[in-house]
Design a protein. Structure first.
Length: 155
């Protein structure tokens, strides 16, 4: 079967891509075309995605399981399962998992860019260690974004 005979529609079962074994935060490429990529992020309790920045890509995130805190310079937004948000290109952001349950987030990226090679992880020198937050307050991604951008929002 050559590329002209290959099926154009490719269904997948996202459960086959969920991976919590490689580290506290893992990003797996599910598939990609020339226009769009679909990644699955699996974030352990108390961990974060680290600081994310896609200068030339829009990203939509949809929470599949767990509860997330999306952090940008504009503030924080909690999303429950089936909640979604658009992060425009060149927006510094991150995802915190502050609860004791695993977090699974689907990311659609356009244009697709490079496939993730390694698990997403917290760079200690950039953002410090991800910690569990038993009470509401700024998470590790919020603190990292403030450190990177040199901003401090009034609390």
């Amino acid at each position: 079967m050559d590329e002209h005979d290959a099926p154009r529609v490719r269904p997948v079962d996202l459960r086959d891509y969920a991976d919590f074994r490689r580290g506290p935060a893992t990003r797996v490429r599910v598939f990609a075309s020339e226009q769009l990529a679909l990644d699955l992020l699996c974030i352990e309790p108390g961990a974060s995605s680290g600081v994310l920045h896609h200068p030339d890509q829009d990203v939509t995130y949809t929470v599949i399981g767990g509860r997330s805190w999306f952090v940008t310079d504009d503030g924080e937004l909690g999303l429950d399962p089936m909640g979604a948000m658009l992060v425009p290109a060149d927006t510094v952001h991150g995802i915190d998992n502050r609860l004791p349950d695993p977090l699974i987030v689907l990311a659609a990226v356009a244009p697709p860019g490079e496939a993730p090679e390694d698990p997403v992880s917290d760079a200690e020198d950039a953002i410090g260690r991800a910690v569990h937050h038993p009470r509401p307050g700024p998470g590790p991604v919020r603190r990292a974004i403030e450190a990177v951008l040199g901003t401090r929002r009034p609390r």
